[in-house]
Design a protein around this ligand. Structure first.
Ligand code: SAM
Length: 199
């Protein structure tokens, strides 16, 4: 196993031990397929956690990939930086610590790939806020959109999840109807919404 693969395994163990939600194994496989097929250059990630998915992106995207990743928690942003600094991709990943809802209104870049994986109740807001930042041809992937199966279930979700489920349904409806985008929902893992614009 390469040093980089060892680092990823170490991060998976850290996430399991410290209950940090990183992209799960089934979702990861579909996520990797997408990245390997699309080879993104300019990536915006919303929700860094400990930097695991950022490193998957860096290791499987274009050679010249640059990733801007946003994380609310100071502690997680620090842990992510420490892991990323141990990888071959530290010069290509920039972590911005703070509330994504605010940071998104200040960013100026153009991104061909966005990975939304932060506060599930905010996905609709994130999708609106990233519009001025998207390249004409772009892909937006959102994780957890089927949220434990509740989003597509006829059964009522437990009370504590109802708002999240309602908001994720709104996200799917928004991206499915967004002009210029085609959206597919992959059932892998906790559900990935993949929205592509080819213009
Ligand atoms: N993408 C990561 C991976 O797969 O390795 C996992 C991200 S985890 C599911 C979600 C992260 O979003 C958490 O670390 C959480 O602290 C962060 N988060 C939650 N609300 C946020 C916000 N408003 N702004 C930025 N980050 C936020």
């Amino acid at each position: 196993m390469s040093e980089f693969e060892n680092l990823l395994r170490e991060m998976e163990a850290y996430a399991a031990e410290h209950h940090v939600p990183i992209i799960n194994e089934r979702g990861r496989r579909a996520f990797l397929e997408i990245i390997r097929a699309e080879k993104p250059h300019r990536v915006l990630e919303i929700g860094t956690a400990i930097g695991y998915s950022a490193l998957l992106l860096a290791g499987n995207g274009a050679e010249d990939i640059h990733i801007t990743t946003l994380e609310l928690s100071e502690e997680r942003a620090k842990t992510a930086k420490a892991y990323i600094d141990r990888s071959p991709y530290s010069a290509q990943i920039e972590i911005l610590q703070g509330d994504a809802g605010e940071i998104l209104t200040q960013l100026q870049g153009t991104y061909d790939f966005v990975f939304i994986d932060a506060a599930k109740g905010q996905y609709v807001d994130y999708f609106h806020k990233i519009q001025p930042l998207l390249a004409p041809k772009c892909t937006v992937v959102a994780d957890n959109v089927l949220f434990r199966g509740y989003v597509r279930s006829e059964e009522k979700a437990p009370r504590r999840y109802r708002t999240i489920v309602k908001r994720l349904r709104e996200y799917i409806a928004l991206t499915s109807g967004a002009e210029g985008f085609t959206t597919e929902i992959l059932e892998n893992g906790d559900g990935l919404a993949v929205s592509r614009r080819n213009a």
